[in-house]
Design a protein around this ligand. Structure first.
Ligand SMILES: Cc1cc2nc3c(=O)[nH]c(=O)nc-3n(C[C@H](O)[C@H](O)[C@H](O)COP(=O)(O)O)c2cc1C
Length: 167
């Protein structure tokens, strides 16, 4: 599959089958995460896996887990991430965004569905789950096999002309 075919194929999935993800498919997704570039190659990305009995209380953190069998909280170790000396901005957010994008595309390649979830209560997440102290959550990624009636959202195909983005 060409890169553009894969980019067309990926879409946000918001309805999942219950069954667990095959180990080889999960490895494929994490391999893609490993290959992502990070600032100064610091590789600060960290993954907190929420599954099985831990999933129920996630409803207190976000409305958007969509019944996925696994929700990966993607974040970074803030003691390791690169800091920009010019503005003090922590590179961890950007690193995790690239990592997550790799993961979403790789997931799509093996017919797994994902949805980037940015709308969640970070403070509540930290209270309800034993996250490492230096872990800074960036997004939640529900992941699993799309349910049979899952379809891309109508907005998925609405993309502005790329030429209109040149400033
Ligand atoms: C930074 C970011 C935050 C997002 N947060 C949410 C979210 O909280 N809930 C949700 O259902 N989708 C969320 N999405 C998914 C977008 O709504 C979706 O990617 C967009 O509408 C384009 O559709 P597509 O992914 O199917 O191409 C988020 C996407 C991004 C990049």
């Amino acid at each position: 599959m060409s890169f553009l075919d894969l980019a067309y194929k990926r879409h946000s999935v918001r309805s999942f089958k219950e069954h667990k993800i095959l180990e080889e498919h999960l490895e494929h997704v994490f391999k893609a995460a490993q290959l992502a570039p990070t600032a100064a190659n610091r590789q600060p990305q960290r993954f907190y896996l929420i599954e099985n009995s831990q999933l129920a209380k996630l409803s207190e953190v976000t409305r958007y887990s969509f019944g996925a069998p696994l929700v990966i909280c993607i974040g970074y170790d803030k003691t390791i991430s690169w800091k920009n000396k010019y503005d003090g901005i922590d590179g961890g957010d950007v690193d995790c965004s690239i990592v997550a994008t790799h993961m979403m595309l790789a997931a799509s390649e093996v017919n797994l569905g994902t949805c980037w979830v940015g709308s969640f209560d970070k403070a509540k997440l930290k209270v309800l789950y034993p996250l490492p102290v230096d872990f800074e959550p960036v997004l939640l990624l529900p992941i699993g096999y799309p349910s049979d009636d899952s379809r891309p959202h109508p907005l998925h195909d609405k993309r502005d002309d790329w030429k209109s983005k040149i400033v």
